[in-house]
Design a protein around this ligand. Structure first.
Ligand code: FEO
Ligand code: CA
Ligand code: CA
Ligand code: CA
Length: 600
């Protein structure tokens, strides 16, 4: 390990110290600016944002709330399409005097529905710099809003199955909206894959479903004992399908990977059932050595699993008709991790085992392939709709909240952010999840056998065990811990062209604001974590996205000002507008003022 390359990385920026400042802080020599934020007009006829007079009609044409995944489709060197997920809404920060969904006005509930989903916006370079801004003049034919009510369709083996049928959709093929879209990925044919994560929070009436359905609801985090779970946004008050007592299967129609074509604003988004249903964090595609499409995916909840999908047929560059079937026909696998050190050496202290590494081997266990189930007692449709239950049966490894998964374009290994898991007990540690009460998370490196994404066996290691470097349970790949930045709760990961790992954090348990960090994976500096930027008070850092020319890094600043007790009367952040303004989630770009590569 670390055998590819021996020298120093090209990362030379001065790290940003941990801080609690209500701003986006970047290293000396860098500049940053907001690209687009909540309420900015996206579609023709969208009014300017007016916090105190917001309407659902306006919101459906404006940039949505809490932005998470960010990706970019270049259209030449100076223009492109930005895709951004709108994961969820913070009604207590969006509306004055808001208490809960039961007391909310119907208009507020409809604003919430319209503020979910995603946006496609056209952006352009500012001059010759690394700054980008929203195109605000002329025809923007690709601009689009997807919301919690946009018409979508199901495809793949579970489309049309009884488990997806409702009184409103007896075909089980047509669905409205996507919910809680967290991170995502892109396909080689230029579409977005956006991942429905914590969809469980949007439904009421779980106590009113047939008894036989209740175990599955429970396994997916939906209350079966309470009519109205606390904190419910009460979408059911404006759209009955969110009441499971009336529409038992509506909840089965969320929790999917959704494919959206940003270059066809009239296209119907597709929920791809072959990729399974869970709290999808992201879907990262790559190609197997033989050309089959592979998608890596995490299920972000405590003690959940890491999955991989491998298409039946090969990707053929330019052959759209072939390629657009690849996410419908294939095999879904779940990961099992086996440590190579004796269990007695994984004692929960975080101390490395005597072989010097948390590492081992693993295998991808087959769950379902088309209509064929490999899980005893479950049909293929059941495996796809109740994927967690299927993975429980085959001995997969329960992980510390698998968030983003990305493949390194330089070394071919796959990196997973395991964000934290405060519930893991000392009796439950294993070599891949070695710390009890894991508050700070770790990074998992998977190297597929023959470096082939289509392989069914792999090696793995933990190059980074996060936290305060003074905490003996942390590990920075053996690098001198006196030099590294503290890092906690890795969430999204990305790579620059040199193969350095960029990590954004969510929920920094060390007390400072979240941020973006860079860590070389090769040579002398493997493990040398440095903080590149920090986000404003209460925010998590999403994205991140490094532009193909390496001159810009985009981050989504999600939920600025989200703090206990914060409200429009008492905002915890004024980002990005400053003064006494209300906080607005948004996407920011950072660039070097002399045009150097990001990280220089
Ligand atoms: Fe929405 Fe797993 O973070
Ligand atoms: Ca070991
Ligand atoms: Ca996330
Ligand atoms: Ca997170």
């Amino acid at each position: 390990r670390g055998g590819w390359g021996h020298g120093r990385s090209s990362l030379t920026f001065t790290p940003v110290p941990p801080n609690n400042d209500d701003k986006l802080t970047v290293p000396a020599g860098y500049e940053s600016a907001v690209v687009v934020a909540w309420g900015d007009p996206v579609l023709p006829g969208a009014p300017e944002f007016d916090f105190d007079n917001q309407t659902a009609e306006a919101q459906a044409k404006q940039f949505g709330y809490n932005c998470d995944y960010v990706t970019f489709f270049p259209m030449g060197a100076n223009r492109g399409l930005l895709w951004v997920n709108h994961e969820y809404t913070d009604e207590a920060l969006m509306f004055r005097g808001y208490t809960d969904g039961t007391a909310a006005t119907e208009e507020q509930i409809k604003i919430g529905l319209a503020a979910h989903g995603g946006s496609v916006v056209e952006i352009e370079r500012v001059g010759r710099s690394g700054q980008w801004k929203l195109v605000t003049k002329g025809r923007r034919r690709y601009n689009r809003r997807i919301t919690a009510t946009t018409e979508m369709r199901f495809s793949g083996p579970a489309a049309g199955s009884d488990l997806l049928k409702t009184p409103a959709d007896p075909t089980g093929r047509k669905v409205f909206g996507m919910l809680n879209n967290c991170a995502g990925g892109t396909t080689p044919w230029g579409t977005v894959l956006t991942a429905e994560e914590n969809f469980n929070q949007y439904f009421v009436g779980g106590n009113g479903v047939p008894e036989a359905q209740k175990p599955a609801l429970t396994r997916y985090g939906i209350s079966t004992t309470t009519a109205i779970p606390s904190g419910s946004r009460r979408f059911d008050r404006v759209d009955e399908r969110f009441d499971l007592a009336k529409h038992h299967n509506e909840v089965n129609r969320f929790g999917w990977i959704v494919e959206i074509d940003p270059f066809d604003p009239d296209s119907t988004p597709i929920k791809r059932t072959a990729l399974g249903r869970f709290a999808h964090e992201a879907a990262t595609t790559t190609l197997a050595r033989d050309g089959r499409l592979v998608a890596y995916m995490g299920d972000d909840s405590r003690f959940e699993y890491i999955y991989k999908y491998v298409s039946k047929n090969r990707y053929i560059p330019g052959h759209d008709r072939n390629n657009r079937t690849l996410l419908d026909e294939g095999t879904l696998y779940v990961a099992k991790f086996t440590g190579d050190s004796p269990a007695s050496e994984i004692d929960g202290s975080g101390k490395l085992p005597s072989d010097g590494a948390f590492d081992g081997t693993g295998q991808w266990i087959k769950l379902v392939s088309g209509d064929r189930s490999f899980v005893e007692g479950m049909t293929a449709a059941e495996v796809l709709v109740y994927t967690r239950l299927a993975a429980d049966k085959v001995g997969a490894t329960k992980m510390d909240r698998p968030e983003d998964v990305e493949r390194n374009p330089v070394n071919g290994s796959v990196y997973v952010a395991l964000t934290n898991n405060s519930n893991r007990t000392a009796a439950q540690v294993d070599e891949a999840n070695p710390r009890p009460s894991n508050r700070h998370g770790h990074i998992l490196e998977i190297t597929e056998d023959r470096n082939d994404a289509g392989a069914l066996t792999f090696k793995w290691a933990l190059p980074l065990v996060c936290g305060d470097p003074n905490d003996p349970s942390t590990y920075f790949a053996g690098f001198d811990k006196s030099k590294v930045s503290p890092i906690s709760c890795p969430d999204n990961v990305a790579f620059d062209a040199e193969g350095n790992l960029w990590i954004s954090t969510d929920g920094n348990a060390l007390g400072a604001n979240d941020g973006l960090f860079a860590m070389p994976l090769k040579g002398k500096e493997r493990g040398y974590v440095r903080q590149f930027l920090s986000v404003p008070v209460g925010a998590e850092t999403c994205g991140p996205l490094i532009s193909p020319d390496q001159r810009s890094v985009f981050v989504a600043v999600q939920h600025p000002g989200e703090k206990d007790g914060a409200s429009p009367e008492n905002p915890a952040s004024h980002w990005p507008d400053g003064g006494d303004s209300q906080p607005r989630p948004g996407v920011a770009v950072t660039w070097h003022s002399k045009g150097k590569k990001i990280g220089a």
